[in-house]
Design a protein. Structure first.
Lengths: 369, 190
């Protein structure tokens, strides 16, 4: 059978033009001869592709006919997104615009330069204004200072006026977990209190307990960053000190730490008041609330610089009243019972060594109101 | 005016039925309804009107073949489908031309069109291109005989008369010879 003849047979077979017995014979041949079978499959696919191709060509010509009826040009004009006129203008004329802008900038700058507007002729005015503001500020401060003076004059009748405009005092640790003793008058009327240690770190604190009648306040450090102190090196002496005993204090008289030695000059304060000692020690208002040590390093009082009268003569609250105040702190405002240090580790040390060991336990109390 | 507008945009089911019935008017309506949308897409994304024509016709053919094959399921508006197919085809064309900047300006909502849906179509395009050049190489009268018989379904009798063959057997022999050559030309191409 030639190829042409085979093709004809295949075509007749695929078109269903064979008689049943002829068809059976051909199907048998297809099964036996793989080459014939391959040709049948190939022919079927090829003819179907040819037909599809014909359909595609026809389809394309139909689509092209329809397409030719559409006015593509007008449509295109309408659908093209034209950039905004300003963008278009820039695209078309940007070199000219650049030159024009440069010329304009140059002109403005040279005019400013020649008329002296560009030089700093405004500065004297500014300085003058600043001075004026400073002057105003100063007079304002003076005013508030005199108002304060009048206020304290009223409240502390007949007593010397202490300049309260410095809102710092001193305080010292009672316990390692952040209880601090100071004067009540240091924190009186404060909106916020913080304490600053010898390293300059500030911690937020609050007034835990106060005894205004003895001018004692107990603060507590409430700052999250506060990690506690080492063991307190000094002890608190309940018994009274001795006249003429060498004493010392450490504090922040004007915002800077200072050590001051002195002596205990009287066991009674003004007019026989038994709450205070009279001390001869050079201290300033900033020392208020500081610790008063005896020569062995026991706390015997709280320096109270407020009631100064004669030069170098000051008062200190006896430590007994501090111990009483500590005892009087309501239990519900404490996390745990206050246990005071009983072991003095300062005895026998020189003043310099003592100060070195205690300086971390004395704080600058800063008051904001 | 309203009626005209309604006339110019056929309903989706009208289009599908039209395709199944081979309706010329449905094809015309479909074509004119959505061409502007595709033109807008192409010309505003670094193409010209001829690109738009190619892409749009390709998409129409994809739609036609799918509908005819019975595996077309309209899961969105026909408009969205056509736009999505055109978008996919155009993105492919742009990346082939290395003109794709990674960004395309869209004008319609669109569906994700799977790669294979478009690929299948281009596979067939390759076959058609081969067939076209095989037919061209085949020359006359074979080309016309093949087209008349296999594509236009003309009878051997018609072909005999057209080419002046004296008997049908001669014409038949000629036809098979032509077919053999066409197959050879087709399969020879790479």
């Amino acid at each position: 059978m030639s190829d042409d003849q085979l093709l004809e047979v295949i075509e007749r077979y695929l078109n269903g033009e064979m008689k049943p017995d002829e068809r059976k014979k051909f199907e048998l041949l297809r099964k036996e001869d793989a080459e014939v079978d391959g040709k049948v499959v190939e022919h079927k696919l090829f003819i179907s592709l040819l037909k599809q191709y014909g359909e595609r060509v026809e389809m394309e010509s139909r689509l092209n006919a329809i397409h030719d009826e559409i006015d593509v040009h007008t449509l295109k004009e309408n659908l093209m997104i034209h950039p905004m006129w300003i963008v278009q203008m820039w695209r078309n004329h940007h070199s000219k615009i650049s030159v024009a802008a440069s010329v304009a900038i140059f002109t403005v700058l040279s005019v400013l330069l020649f008329t002296g507007k560009l030089t700093n002729s405004d500065n004297p005015n500014i300085i003058e204004l600043k001075n004026k503001v400073e002057r105003l500020d100063r007079s304002n401060t003076n005013l508030s200072r005199s108002i304060n003076a009048i206020k304290s004059d009223k409240s502390v009748k007949g007593k010397p006026v202490v300049d309260k405009s410095t809102f710092t005092g001193t305080g010292f640790a009672i316990t390692a977990d952040g209880l601090i003793a100071t004067n009540y008058h240091v924190v009186d009327g404060a909106n916020a209190v913080s304490v600053q240690n010898a390293q300059g770190d500030s911690y937020k604190a609050e007034v835990l307990y106060a005894e205004p009648q003895h001018d004692i306040a107990i603060l507590k450090i409430v700052d999250k960053t506060f990690e506690g102190l080492d063991a307190v090196p000094y002890t608190f002496k309940r018994a009274e000190g001795n006249i003429a005993e060498q004493i010392s204090t450490y504090g922040y008289p004007d915002g800077y730490p200072a050590y001051s030695p002195g002596s205990l000059s009287s066991l009674v304060g003004q007019n026989g008041d038994s709450v205070h000692y009279k001390v001869t020690i050079p201290i300033n208002p900033g020392n208020s609330g500081g610790p008063l040590w005896d020569s062995k390093g026991n706390i015997i009082g709280i320096t109270d610089a407020k009631q100064s009268q004669a030069e170098g003569e000051h008062f200190a609250i006896k430590s007994r009243y501090l111990l009483n105040a500590i005892k009087n702190i309501p239990a519900d405002s404490l996390d745990k019972k206050v246990i005071l240090n009983k072991k003095n580790t300062l005895a026998g040390l020189s003043e310099a060594q003592k100060t070195e060991k205690t300086k971390n336990f004395v704080f600058m109390v800063k008051v904001y109101n | 005016m309203n009626k005209q507008l309604k006339d110019s945009t056929p309903t989706d089911s009208e289009v599908i039925l039209g395709i199944l019935n081979n309706s010329e008017s449905a094809l015309r309506k479909l074509y004119t309804a959505y061409f502007p949308m595709v033109l807008q897409l192409i010309i505003n994304n670094s193409g010209d009107e001829d690109d738009a024509k190619d892409i749009y016709q390709e998409a129409i053919i994809v739609l036609y073949n799918k509908v005819k094959a019975g595996d077309f399921e309209l899961s969105s508006k026909l408009k969205t489908y056509i736009y999505s197919v055109c978008r996919r085809l155009w993105l492919k064309r742009l990346s082939q031309l290395n003109r794709y900047g990674g960004d395309i300006r869209d004008f319609q909502e669109f569906l994700p069109i799977e790669e294979e849906e478009v690929d299948q179509h281009s596979d067939r395009d390759i076959q058609f291109n081969k067939m076209e050049s095989a037919l061209r190489l085949l020359g006359e009268p074979c080309k016309t005989i093949m087209e008349d018989f296999y594509i236009h379904n003309k009878s051997m009798q018609d072909i005999c008369e057209r080419f002046g063959y004296t008997n049908a057997d001669n014409a038949k022999t000629q036809k098979y010879k032509c077919l053999q050559r066409l197959k050879k030309l087709f399969f020879q191409q790479k």
